[in-house]
Design a protein around this ligand. Sequence first.
Ligand code: DP6
Length: 324
Amino acid sequence: MTAATARAFPNIALVKYWGKRDEELILPVAGSLSLTLDILPTTTTVSLAPEAEADRFELNGREATGESLRRVAAFLDLVRSLAGSQTPAFVRSRNEAPTGAGLASSASGFAALATAAAAAYGLDLDARGLSRLARRGSGSASRSIVPGVAVWHAGDGDETSFAEAVAAPEMHMVIVTVDAGEKPVSSRVAMRRTALTSPFAEAWPRTTEESLAEMISACEAGDFTRIGRITETHALRMHALIQSADPPIRYLTPRSVAVFDAVAELRERGVEAYATADAGPNVVVLVQSADAEAVAARMEEFGRVQIAKPGPGVELLEGDASPE
Ligand code: DP6
């Protein structure tokens, strides 16, 4: 095959990944757990281009340059080294989420790129192999290979650090986009700064592994209340950690905090809703399906609102489907 197209969906972590113990292999300091969504996918076509002099990357119809091209080309170098190839490629990607706004665009992006590139260069990888490969592009992408709830194991090394599915009760997410702009500090840079400068960084890996173990048992028990409580606590712990870096980084804006407050008020009125946020100002509210519409209506004053259900894992699309 000389061209392949794959589609992957973003995921939102309920137990967050924040920090690497190996930056080259992207091995995390602790495991994490997420829900893959059924909206805002990235669709990517990788076409081998033997005549070309270098890789090209087009995102949403625009030729990419600079850091985003460099990251895609470095990832293709890894795929080529595994496939024993030196052929450049043309990568065309369509991303339905706002890129770089903390809505997991690198997760869906690298999951789709890993899967399309593996197929185009003839690598025969199972789901675990694809998850390990996607991890090398962006840590959270390892989880977007998997449908529904996924745990990404910290592992002992490259071979054992991959994501796999976990049984969990039915859950929906209400995505509240309070600001679709690009975030001021990328998660990659912020993770490094946190590890180097926060006095609290030392406590993070152990306490995250504890939250993860509790979360997996809550998922297996189908206990939505426990899942929700751990989700909100762990998200706020991550933001507290990030804010404690020097110089500090603050992703949550007054509007994000207002959403957390509105979610707490809903709980006081007996609605089971729990908030989380990644490295950006947007907030995601975890709910049970019966409450999704009412919670979404309550959130409308804060920004654009979308309801997501658990989504599929990465898929190779048949034929020469193009992301147009
Ligand atoms: C806050 O996976 O984007 O969304 O591995 O450096 O590419 P890199 O980082 P990335 O970080 C995601 C951080 C997070 C939490 C999470 O998704 O678990």
